[in-house]
Every structure is written in structure tokens, then in C-alpha cells.
Design a protein around this ligand. Structure first.
Ligand code: EPU
Length: 435
């Protein structure tokens, strides 16, 4: 995969020609914290159903630079041995490439009593502050020094202390970081207003199954009694990626009467299934499959109002592909992005493709349909908008080029091969002029 790759897509001009099966891969946002949690263990841990994506490679590089051993056991299984870890300073260049690098702060600080990390990078979708991390660590007794956009944290006498922490916002990576920090802290930590996303619950269950003392899993209050490093007993099975599942459901709704999405967890995309059914999309649900069987468009125009929300509400990561879907719905539908203030910037490009979208303000968009889309050259601004552009290009008339393919590769495994298998005309090319 190359920073300079591009996708060339021939659109279907609204025809419903895709068919076949797309198996869902392991969740990016579940596997990254599980990898980071290896520092809580006294021996090697195994992770299964690991997706082949760029963010997993970045996390492996970052952990290897700290001295941990990360090796592939087979196609989708990683073995991570933390015993040889010796460093506590995150490599700036790698850490700045993905926001999830900050997940290492919790396990490193609680294991080694110190950690140094840069202001994390990642998708530009809003301000994305780290105040909740810093406040939480201070509550657990850490000293925090900031210099040249780098944070140095020390735990007195090398150990964090249990604390009662209320998070003013439900945050996914903050919840995961403090679950991990608390497992090795001295005494009891109570975390309040913990995020309920399946990725958070999966991490807590994994640690529990390996002896961590965590009460209240699946609720917003967790009580965690700290102790010694965990001895590995059970391996980690990465849950299916619910954002992939949802994106392919939306693609199926727009371009297929027979698309089977397999190896998924329908319950994790309940909010989207509901919207699609309300819009007339026919979805058959199995235990671990979702089968799109067509779209009966009603005569009455739709008038939905969708607000992105913490789980189990409508996920912000599916907001961009939902907007693409609404361009093909009769009616006027409103999308309100409430989690990240900068996550609607891609809409200008959709408008250039022919979408009729009125911005009420920077976070609310009214999408009027139906508007045919025309193919064009697009610059994916982040992982999720990048995939939304792919869907728009597939629906559009004519050909499109998508630049910044690295963003899509960060979160979706070999997307062009999987889309080709169900009938999409898509080709990965080296960008003209690149080495
Ligand atoms: N926030 C603060 N202060 C903090 C931390 C977060 O104000 O210290 C705010 C954020 O700015 C945001 C809100 O809290 O307004 C909630 O964001 P959250 O912290 O939950 O987001 P995150 O943990 O940084 C994870 C996913 C994102 C996903 C969000 C929301 C990972 C690695 N990333 O990010 O995924 O959009 O939760 O569900 O789990 C992606 O995969 O493309 C992606 C961006």
C-alpha cells in the first residue's frame, strides 16, 4: 500500500448490479486497544481475526519500537510478547499518524510508571482534544509535563493509584485507556460515564477473562480493582467491524438486490438497520449475516432526522455513507453530526458530484433527493469519508478517481479486491508521477 495510490472506479449510474457475498473483517477500533493491552500481561497474548489494515501495521511498528515482539502466527493471528519491552517513549513520527496511538498511554504508565507521547495525530475531523486523558491520569496521581507538543507523565513511586473518575463526555478511547490503566493501579478505580461501544465492552471482557477484576461491564459505571500483571489464559477474538458492516449495507441498499454481508453482528448496527428499513430497504437478518434483497421506495417522500450519537445511537463513523444514501432517497432528510464538529467537510465534494445538500450550520446538513451523481476526482479527507466517496463513485454515472487511498487502507482491508468480487469496477493504480 502506498501513500500515492489512487482508485479508478467506473460507476453504475444508479443500476443495481452488484451481487454476491462480502465477509466482514475484524474491527479496527477493537483490535487496536486489544494490542495495546498486551502491556498489562506477564506473558505473550494471542489475537485472532486481526484485519490486514494500515493502522494495525502502525500499532505493530509503534509497539515494536518500545521493545515488544509482535509477530504473525498465521494469516489473521498475532502473537504479542510484552516481556522484552524496555522503552516508554512513543515514536513521534509513528504516533502522529493515528490517534489510537494514545491508547498506549494507559498500559505503559500503569506498567512502567512513566510514558512520553506526542499530541496524537489521526483523521482531521474536529479538534479532538486530549483533556480527558490528562485529567484522568492526574486523578490517578500522575504528574503531567507538557513541552513542545509532547506529554511526559510520571506515576509517583512508579504506580498509579485508584481513583473515582467521572468523564464529562462518553469517549471510546478514553474509556479504554482508563480501563487498562486501572487494571494495574493500586487499589480500586471507579470509572463513570464509560462509553458503551462494543469495542470497549470487548476489551473489558477480554481483560476479565484473563483475571482482571472488573465489575459492571456493559454499563456506564465500572469498578476495577487493580493488581499484578495478568497471566495470559484466553486469547482475544476480534469482533466484526460494525462500521464495515454498515458501509456495505448502505452500498447494498444503493446498488444491489442480492448482497450478502457475512461474518457480522447485526445487533451492532441496529441503529442503521432501523433507518434503512424505514426507508424501504429490504434486509433479511441471520445470526451473523445481513442480506440486502432490494429497495421498495415509497411514494411519500422521506423526512428523517438522524443525529449521530454514542452507542447504541447512530454512529458518527457511518454518517458520511448515510449522507450518500440520502442523496438517492426521495425527500428531505436531515443529518446532525454531534460527536465531531469538523466531520461534514466532505459534503462540498458530494455537491460537486451533483448532490443537493443545504448546510444549516457546520454540523447539520439537509439532503434533498433524488439527485443523480456524476463521477469526478475526489480527495478522501478521512477514513470514513473516503469510503463514502467510494460508495458515491459506485452509484455515480461515469468514472471517478479517489486520491488519498492511504486513508481507506488505514481502516478497510483490500477494499478493491472485496468490492471487485461483488461486481464493482475498481482498480488501484500508482498515482501518475509518483515513484
Ligand atoms: N473528547 C474530548 N476530550 C478528550 C477525548 C475526547 O473532548 O480528551 C471528545 C472528542 O473530541 C469527541 C468526543 O469526545 O467530541 C467523543 O469522541 P471519542 O473520544 O469517543 O472518539 P475517539 O475515542 O477519539 C473513537 C474511534 C473513532 C470514532 C469515535 C466515536 C478509535 C480508535 N477511534 O475515537 O473512529 O469515530 O470513537 O465513535 O476507537 C475511525 O475509526 O475512523 C474513527 C475516527
Amino acid at each position: 500500500m502506498d501513500m500515492k495510490d489512487e482508485f479508478l472506479i467506473q460507476g453504475l449510474a444508479g443500476k443495481r448490479l452488484l451481487k454476491g457475498e462480502i465477509p466482514i473483517r475484524g474491527s479496527k477500533n477493537a483490535v487496536l486497544p486489544a494490542m495495546a493491552s498486551s502491556f498489562l500481561f506477564s506473558g505473550p497474548i494471542l489475537l485472532h481475526n486481526v484485519p490486514h489494515i494500515e493502522d494495525v501495521l502502525r500499532m505493530s511498528e509503534l509497539m515494536s519500537s518500545l521493545g515488544a515482539k509482535v509477530s504473525a502466527k498465521n494469516d489473521r493471528t498475532l502473537l504479542i510478547s510484552p516481556e522484552s519491552a524496555h522503552a516508554h517513549i512513543l515514536d513521534t513520527a509513528i504516533a502522529k499518524r493515528f490517534r489510537a496511538s494514545i491508547l498506549l498511554s494507559g498500559p505503559l504508565l500503569s506498567r512502567f510508571g512513566k510514558v512520553v507521547f506526542p499530541y496524537p495525530g489521526g483523521c482531521v475531523i474536529g479538534k479532538r482534544p486530549i483533556d480527558l486523558f490528562l485529567q484522568g491520569f492526574k486523578k490517578m496521581g500522575a504528574r503531567v509535563l507538557e513541552r513542545d507538543e509532547h506529554f511526559t507523565l510520571f506515576a509517583p513511586k512508579g504506580k498509579l493509584s485508584g481513583a473515582d473518575i467521572f468523564f464529562k463526555i462518553q469517549s471510546v478511547t478514553v474509556s479504554e485507556t482508563f480501563i487498562m490503566a486501572a487494571v494495574l493501579a493500586r487499589g480500586v478505580t471507579v470509572l463513570r460515564n464509560v462509553a458503551l461501544e462494543p469495542e470497549v465492552t470487548a476489551l473489558a471482557q477480554f481483560l476479565l477473562s484473563n483475571g482482571a477484576r472488573i465489575e459492571g461491564i456493559g454499563t456506564t459505571t465500572l469498578k476495577i480493582t487493580g493488581g499484578a500483571p495478568l497471566s495470559p489464559k484466553h486469547s482475544y477474538d476480534t469482533i466484526p467491524d460494525r462500521i464495515e458492516t454498515g458501509s456495505f449495507l448502505l452500498l447494498g441498499a444503493l446498488s444491489s438486490d442480492n448482497l450478502l454481508i457475512s461474518d457480522c453482528k447485526p445487533d451492532h448496527v441496529r441503529a442503521l438497520i432501523d433507518v434503512l428499513r424505514e426507508s424501504g430497504v429490504i434486509i433479511k437478518e441471520g445470526k451473523d449475516t445481513l442480506h440486502v434483497r432490494g429497495w421498495k421506495k415509497a411514494n411519500t417522500p422521506l423526512s428523517l432526522q438522524i443525529k449521530t450519537h454514542e452507542y447504541p445511537g447512530f454512529p458518527t463513523d457511518l454518517q458520511a455513507p448515510l449522507v450518500v444514501f440520502f442523496t438517492q432517497c426521495k425527500g428531505e432528510n436531515l443529518v446532525f453530526e454531534t460527536i465531531f464538529e469538523g466531520r461534514l467537510s466532505y459534503i462540498e465534494d458530494l455537491k460537486r458530484m451533483g448532490a443537493d445538500i443545504v448546510m444549516w450550520d457546520t454540523q447539520r446538513a439537509l439532503i434533498k433527493g433524488v439527485t443523480p451523481l456524476k463521477g469526478r476526482e475526489l480527495d478522501g479527507p478521512d477514513i470514513r469519508a473516503g469510503l463514502a466517496f467510494l460508495i458515491a463513485a459506485i452509484v455515480a454515472r461515469g468514472s471517478s478517481i479517489i486520491n488519498n487511498v492511504y486513508y481507506i487502507d488505514r481502516g478497510y482491508e483490500r477494499i478493491e479486491e472485496r468490492l471487485s468480487a461483488v461486481g464493482v469496477s475498481i482498480e488501484r493504480r500508482k498515482k501518475a508521477g509518483s515513484a
